[in-house]
Ligand binder design. Structure first.
Ligand code: NDP
Ligand code: 8X3
Length: 250
């Protein structure tokens, strides 16, 4: 019987790549995001391989998260895998100079949004006595860097939530994997720099950055591990990266 995965942030980057590799593996998909057109494109592309449905919501909107996940037909509620991927950095600046609206977007999206989605899905996993939650953290959740403090704090919170989920859920047959990527070339920097393409491109210049598919590979590995194995934590850096902000550029 095929498994069902709910992936947040499936319109681009790591979430989209995860949807693609899951589809190759025959995993049916509930794809979530805010940009309907992009989500429909991904769903259309993958529906020749597996059964796909989409949910449009902003993870920051508690009511919408609960209502949309609650609206899934019963068959779709048999979720096996939740990938909490939706999130972004907004801005890069010191605490005294950065914009508090950006702080809200990061704390509300990366932390509270992940929690809202988890609260809607965990009861469904508990009911079935099995499941797997994959939380996308970041190297920024393990190593703080200047000008990214609130983003780092939001990802440090994800690390704690992953640990806490594992403590609460392992006894119920639910595995929890925390994935902490380094520099991945996605829309991430474009969002961080508010559409400034030149600035975003510079982030990935002079070295070979991680691709979203590299992270998706690791996620598939974790969810395919046998029952006796829990992949608790995966940190993946680019080949030329030795720490969050130490990248050896040519
Ligand atoms: P992208 O910008 O390419 O993708 C972000 C995804 O999250 C999009 O699908 C976006 O969809 C969704 N999203 C963002 N905010 C919300 C929201 N409030 N509600 C619903 N969906 C939202 O970046 P990445 O693929 O790189 O990012 C995915 C995850 O990986 C993030 O959690 C990020 O922090 C993390 N990460 C990224 C790294 C990198 O270097 N790229 C490194 C380490 C971690 P839409 O806009 O359609 O809603
Ligand atoms: C994204 C990677 O190092 O830019 O989480 O914060 S980093």
């Amino acid at each position: 019987m095929s498994r069902i995965a709910l992936i947040t942030g499936a319109t681009s980057g790591i979430g989209k790549a995860t949807a693609e590799i899951f589809a190759e593996a025959g995993i049916d998909l509930i794809l979530c995001g805010r940009r309907k057109e992009k989500l429909d494109e991904v769903a259309q592309e993958l529906s020749s391989k597996v059964t796909v449905t989409t949910l449009i919501f902003d993870v920051r909107d508690k009511g919408a998260v609960t209502a949309m996940i609650g609206s899934l037909p019963d068959d779709w509620k048999n979720i096996d895998i939740l990938v909490n991927n939706a999130g972004n950095a907004h801005g890069l600046g010191s605490l005294d100079e950065s914009d508090t609206d950006d702080w809200d977007a990061m704390i509300d999206g990366n932390v509270k949004g992940l929690l809202y989605v988890s609260k809607a899905v965990i009861p469904l996993l508990l009911e079935r006595g099995k499941g797997h939650i994959v939380n996308i953290s970041s190297i920024a959740g393990k190593q703080t860097y200047p000008n990214g403090v609130v983003y780092c704090a939001s990802k440090a919170a994800v690390e704690v939530v992953s640990e806490g989920m594992r403590l609460e859920l392992t006894q119920h047959g639910i595995k929890v994997t925390n994935v902490a990527p380094g520099a991945v070339e996605t829309e991430f920097s474009l969002v961080r720099f508010k559409g400034d393409e030149t600035r975003a491109e510079k982030v990935y210049q002079g070295f070979d950055p991680l691709q979203a598919a590299d992270i998706a590979d690791a996620i598939l590995y974790a969810v395919n591990a046998p029952d006796r194995v829990t992949i608790a934590d995966i940190t993946i850096l680019a080949g030329a990266q030795s720490a969050a902000t130490t990248i050896h550029r040519k």
